[in-house]
Design a protein around this ligand. Sequence first.
Ligand SMILES: Nc1ncnc2c1ncn2[C@@H]1O[C@H](COP(=O)(O)OP(=O)(O)OP(=O)(O)O)[C@@H](O)[C@H]1O
Ligand SMILES: [Mg+2]
Length: 230
Amino acid sequence: MQQLCAGYGQRRVLQDLDLSIDPSEVVAILGANGAGKTTTLRAISGTTKREGQLTFDGQSLLGSSPSSTARLGIAHVPEGRGTMGQLTVLENLQLGAYIRRDRAVAADLERVYSYFPILRERRKQLAATLSGGEQQMLAIGRALMARPRLLLLDEPSLGLAPIVAQGIFDIITSINRDSGAAVLLVEQNAVAALDISHRAYVLEVGRIAVSGSSAELKEHAGVRRSYLGY
Ligand SMILES: Nc1ncnc2c1ncn2[C@@H]1O[C@H](COP(=O)(O)OP(=O)(O)OP(=O)(O)O)[C@@H](O)[C@H]1O
Ligand SMILES: [Mg+2]
């Protein structure tokens, strides 16, 4: 995306964002609360107003509704997870595949269960009654059912115990390696985000303040001071 602007009503939140994600890349977005990280993901998935240049596979996304964007292969796991509480785990996963026309859903269900065995055990349980970590697994699993080429993850570790969060980060790495899906990861846990990403952007009040390889950003004095705490 180039010179991408986005906002809500009259309020402009993102100002001329230039950001790119290569196929199979894991890219992290870091930034303080309110910097515009969630808005960036919404601008890509079409769930907020945006203008500028936004392309996927050479095709403009600007006229694309959220559902047609999903059909192009972009899956958005929103902040707060967004699973359907009154449906079971299995029903939520099946819903994730609804945009697909092919019939290979059973194989993908097995793939999701192989990443998250607990979801197989809980498949008949209502999503609303899952623990926070299990709901996050379900939200990611549901996105995988669509076989995305680009996975947008908004704070996947939010509210999770460190060991559960680490498990989620490991699986994000596996998903990227196994399926080649690109990942755009928004995370407060900057240390973990830089560990699992190839490149990263730091957003400050709707603009890109710093960008580079994740290895470079780990050594960047300003990033260390503000986001890594050492
Ligand atoms: N639906 C909305 N309507 C109006 N303003 C909004 C809306 N959603 C977000 N904003 C505003 O846009 C700005 C950026 O919000 P955004 O949610 O993108 O930040 P963020 O970087 O994801 O923050 P956090 O780390 O707290 O999740 C904030 O000032 C916020 O108040
Ligand atoms: Mg956010």
